[in-house]
Design a protein around this ligand. Sequence first.
Ligand SMILES: C[S@@+](CC[C@H](N)C(=O)[O-])C[C@H]1O[C@@H](n2cnc3c(N)ncnc32)[C@H](O)[C@@H]1O
Ligand code: SF4
Length: 467
Amino acid sequence: MSNVVKKPTHVYDCFPDHDIGMVHGGGGGGREKIEGPPLAAMYHEVMQRQEARFDRFGYVHIPYCSTRCKYCGFYKYPITAEHTDLFVELLCVQLKKVADFSYTRLEPFKGFYFGGGTPTALTVSQLDRILTILNDSYAFADNREITIESSVQDLDDDKIALFKAHGVQRLSIGVQTFNEGIRRYLGRRVPVNQMVSFLRKLWKNGFTVAIDLLYGLPGQTMELWQEDVKYFVELGIDGISPYGLRIFPQSPLKKEIDSGQNPPIVGLPEKMEMFLWAREYLLQNGFRQIGVDHFGRNRERNEYLLAIYHNFDISPFGMGAGGKIDRLSFFNTLDFNQYEKMVSAGDPPAVGGIVKDENAVYMDYLNGQILTGCCDIDKIDRLFQKDTRKIFENLIEDFQERDLLRLQGDVLSLTDWGCCWHSRINTEFGNTFDRVFSPLKTTFDFSSSGDHPAPHHPMIGHRSHER
Ligand SMILES: C[S@@+](CC[C@H](N)C(=O)[O-])C[C@H]1O[C@@H](n2cnc3c(N)ncnc32)[C@H](O)[C@@H]1O
Ligand code: SF4
């Protein structure tokens, strides 16, 4: 590695270029792009298999939203009844079609995750139709976890009753901040007291309730961030993902920043301090760190995040969903007309993918294990017939010097600073592997960079995990 900085005094200085890397870091090993007829052929080949080597999860992407928050960079369509009725129809066709493949019937699913956009922007009857088909067509493990992403604005008593009836037990709610002024500025419409009483109600109804909070928001100081985290802890609900604000180029926020109209926004060093403070506070208050940016207590499990880390197969449904089955990572079209055409013709709506070789599978597994914070090197070496310690000897030593990683016995774990740099760390592992084994290889990356609108491609390029 070049430009190595030893024992920095601030977490921000761990890498001299200060580049935290892609949203999803990783890479390493052989990865080939695949699209068009070869992608469709490979998809059909994996879906007709009679055996599977990974556990499985489902991801349904509902790219609709009834609002537009200033900062949001997620790809989404505005909600209209006509559009969503047809989308729901097509999604149900896709769900049924995939359910009939021999691969799908091999083993029960550990769970499903509905992400967006805002899936609960759909109506009760649309959600009912999707969940009915899901429960009728798919086999589930006993302790399955079905999560639906939502905002309080799009939930009501009828939807809650529907989720109960269909066995949805976890809700991931975008809160972003409890600060009334910042909420109004961001375009979050529900007042704090109303939102909080709804969160309490969900929790009393027996749902696992996890929320997203953003740090580095316009006008948000360290003190205001601390108030948000403390407020969350006092609420008693189960899970929290603290996410650092990213500025997406097409967002209204970016336009305001460019014209100098926004309240002050802190830089990356301060954002790292905000994350580190929250991590420490949450751990001191009885939370477990479930992933680099997720913490839970009580009934929180977050099986979807663990499925990604554990290198599960993830079947992607809906426009813009990404997933992987065995060595094939792929993503569905984001374009409504193309989705309609492909699904109506009985084709998989996948428009791009990557085929990994066994080295890439190893790298994704290793990088996922690192994200768990508890990576058992010997176990990985037994699984993949590698000598991880030897391949990454210099890198591990270097990262220990910078206080990013810790190697104790056979277990490699991220330090608190390492959590701030997890994406870059994954990428450096990938690059090191390639320098050792295929120095002339050209690399590419399908994952979105920190600044670009992000469709949901959880498995493209990287990420796996195990506890
Ligand atoms: C796709 S949204 C789904 C939740 C729901 N739509 C809501 O906002 O209430 C998932 C999460 O992405 C995060 N997110 C959205 N825009 C972001 C940005 N610019 N930077 C960082 N995180 C962002 C938010 O925390 C949000 O809750
Ligand atoms: S953050 Fe959530 S509610 Fe806001 S625009 Fe994005 S998807 Fe919609």
